[in-house]
Design a protein around this ligand. Structure first.
Ligand SMILES: C[S@@+](CC[C@H](N)C(=O)[O-])C[C@H]1O[C@@H](n2cnc3c(N)ncnc32)[C@H](O)[C@@H]1O
Length: 448
C-alpha cells in the first residue's frame, strides 16, 4: 500500500479534530536523530504532499497548527494558504523560545518560533485560554491586585455600574445610592455577593459599593498571539529527553486547549519524542502519532509507557494525571505496489509474501483479514473475499461459489482471468494489480 493508503486504513477522512506538527525546520543541520537540511524546493514539496493529505483527514470543525522557525516560515505560510485557503488562516503564533545567549555578530539573535494556525472551515470553534504567567499579566496583577482582606486573600476592586439603564437595577442598597443607570448586579445577586464577602462598602455613603475580585479566583488574561510565558525545556527538567527539537509539554497543552476537548482525536505525523501524544494522553484526548525514525522505539514508546504507568512529568500535575489508558502500536509495511524498474508499470512489491499481499488487499477493499477455508476475509456476515494466483475462469468461480450460502456475495482478486466470463450477480472479479491502481493516487503519492 502507498503511504496514503496505509494511513487511510487507520485514520478516516475528516475524523481528526486537531493536527499539530513540528516538521524539521530545514536549518541545514544533520541532527543525531533526523536530517534537517534538504534543498529548499524539496523541503517545500515534501511539506506540500503531507499538508494535502493532512487537510483531508481534518474534520470540518478541525484545526491544524504547524510549528516552524523564521527560515521557512514565509514559504510555509504561502503553501498553507494554498492548501487550507487564506480565509481559513487564524493566527501566526510567536513563541519566544530563548533568551539572548547566542549573540551572532552579523545579524540579530533569533529568539522566536512560529506556529501557523489554520481552521479546516468556518465551522471550527476556538476555546478561550487565559494566562497568569506572561510578563504583562504579572505586571497587571502586581499593580491591580493590591488589597488584602481579613482572611489574607489578595483582591482588586472593580465597579458595579450598569452600562445601560434598567429600571430593575436602580435601587438603594444599605444607604448607598444607585448609579444613574443602575447597578450591574440584581438586588438578589447583590445580597449574595455581600454574604460571600465579595463587596467593598466605602465609609463615605456618597461613594459607590465596589466588587472584590480575588486573585485566587482570577483566570488571568486571554492570551494573544505572542507567547512569552512558556519556557524552553531546561537542562534540569524531568521532561528533557536529549533530542534536538523536543518541545515543552506546556506549549502543546496550550495548542490542544485552544482547539480541542476531552475525547477529541489529535494527530501528529512528525512525532519526534512523542510530546503531542504524551500531552494528548494526559489531557484525555484520543491520539495518533506517526514517526519515521527509530525515535518511535527509543523515545515515543518508552515515554507513553511511562505515562500510562503514572509517571508525572511535564503537564501531569496541571491535568491531574494519575496514569492509565493504552494504545496500539503499528509498524507500516513497505508500499504494496512499486514501479517496475524497467517497464512503465506498477507491480506487487517483490518484498511482499503472498500472505502480506492478501492482507493488504483486504485492507484496501475494506475486508477484515481472517483466512478461513477458501476465503481470506469478510466485510460483513454475507460478503467474502477470495484472493488467488490461479487462472480464474467460470469453472474456478463455480468451485469457490460452492462455499457461499444464500444471499452471500463474493469478491475475487486474481492475477489472470478468462476475458469473457459470465458471472452470477453476487460475484465480482478484480485483477491484481490493475484494480488496485484505482485505489492508489500515485500523482499525489507522498515520497518517503
Ligand atoms: C522536530 S522533530 C519533532 C519533535 C517533537 N515535536 C517533539 O516534541 O519531540 C521532527 C520529527 O519529524 C520526523 N520526520 C517525519 N518526516 C520527516 C521527513 N520527511 N524528513 C525528516 N524528518 C521527518 C523526524 O524523524 C523527527 O523526529
Amino acid at each position: 500500500m502507498s503511504f496514503r493508503e496505509r494511513l487511510n486504513v487507520y485514520i478516516y477522512e475528516k475524523s481528526v479534530k486537531l493536527i499539530y506538527i513540528d516538521p524539521p525546520y530545514n536549518t541545514g543541520n544533520a541532527f543525531e536523530h533526523y536530517d534537517d537540511g534538504i534543498e529548499h524546493s524539496i523541503w517545500l514539496s515534501m511539506m506540500k504532499k503531507r499538508l494535502e493529505l493532512l487537510q483531508k483527514l481534518l474534520s470540518e470543525d478541525g484545526f491544524i497548527f504547524v510549528q516552524i522557525d523564521n527560515y521557512e516560515m514565509p514559504y510555509l505560510k504561502v503553501l498553507m494558504d494554498e492548501v487550507f485557503g487564506r480565509s481559513n488562516f487564524i493566527n501566526d503564533i510567536i513563541w519566544k523560545r530563548k533568551g539572548g545567549s547566542v549573540n551572532p555578530t552579523n545579524k540579530l539573535n533569533n529568539m522566536t518560533d512560529y506556529i501557523l494556525w489554520y481552521a479546516k472551515s468556518s465551522a471550527a470553534e476556538i476555546y478561550p485560554v487565559y494566562t497568569m504567567d506572561d510578563e504583562e499579566t504579572q505586571k497587571y496583577i502586581n499593580k491591580r491586585f493590591n488589597k488584602i482582606d481579613e482572611n489574607g486573600r489578595r483582591y482588586r476592586l472593580s465597579p458595579i455600574i450598569s452600562p445601560t439603564y434598567s429600571k430593575s437595577l436602580v435601587y438603594e442598597y444599605k444607604g448607598y445610592k444607585s448609579p444613574p443607570n443602575g447597578w450591574s448586579l440584581s438586588l438578589e445577586k447583590m445580597k449574595k455577593f455581600e454574604e460571600e464577602g465579595r463587596l467593598y462598602f466605602p465609609e463615605n455613603k456618597n461613594q459607590r459599593i465596589q466588587r472584590k475580585q480575588f486573585l485566587d479566583e482570577y483566570k488571568g488574561r486571554p492570551i494573544g498571539n505572542l507567547w512569552t510565558d512558556i519556557n524552553v525545556i531546561n537542562p534540569m527538567s524531568t521532561e528533557r529527553l536529549n533530542f534536538v527539537g523536543q518541545k515543552p509539554e506546556m506549549l502543546i497543552a496550550r495548542v490542544l486547549e485552544l482547539g480541542s476537548k476531552e475525547g477529541d482525536l489529535i494527530l501528529d505525523s512528525f512525532l519526534g519524542t512523542g510530546t503531542t501524544m504524551d500531552v494528548a494522553h494526559k489531557m484525555k484526548r484520543k491520539w495518533i502519532g506517526i514517526e519515521m525514525g527509530n525515535q518511535c522505539y527509543d523515545f515515543c514508546q518508552k515515554r507513553i509507557n511511562n505515562t500510562i504507568d503514572g509517571e508525572k512529568t511535564g503537564v501531569a500535575e496541571k491535568y491531574g494525571w494519575q496514569g492509565g489508558g493504552g494504545y496500539k502500536f503499528y509498524e507500516l509495511a513497505e508500499p504494496l505496489l512499486v514501479k517496475n524498474k524497467v517497464l512503465p508499470v506498477y507491480q506487487i512489491n517483490p518484498s511482499y509474501t503472498w500472505d502480506m499481499v492478501c492482507e493488504a488487499i483486504c485492507k484496501i477493499e475494506g475486508f477484515t483479514y481472517e483466512p478461513y477455508g477458501e476465503f481470506q476475509g469478510h466485510s460483513s456476515e454475507n460478503r467474502f473475499i477470495h484472493i488467488t494466483e490461479e487462472f480464474v475462469n467460470t469453472k474456478y468461480v463455480m468451485s469457490i461459489m460452492k462455499n457461499l450460502g444464500d444471499k452471500q456475495s463474493l469478491l475475487i482478486y486474481c492475477k489472470k482471468n478468462q476475458a469473457d466470463m459470465i458471472l452470477p450477480e453476487n460475484v465480482e472479479v478484480k485483477k491484481i494489480p490493475k484494480d488496485l491502481l484505482d485505489k492508489c493516487n500515485f500523482e499525489s503519492e507522498v515520497q518517503e
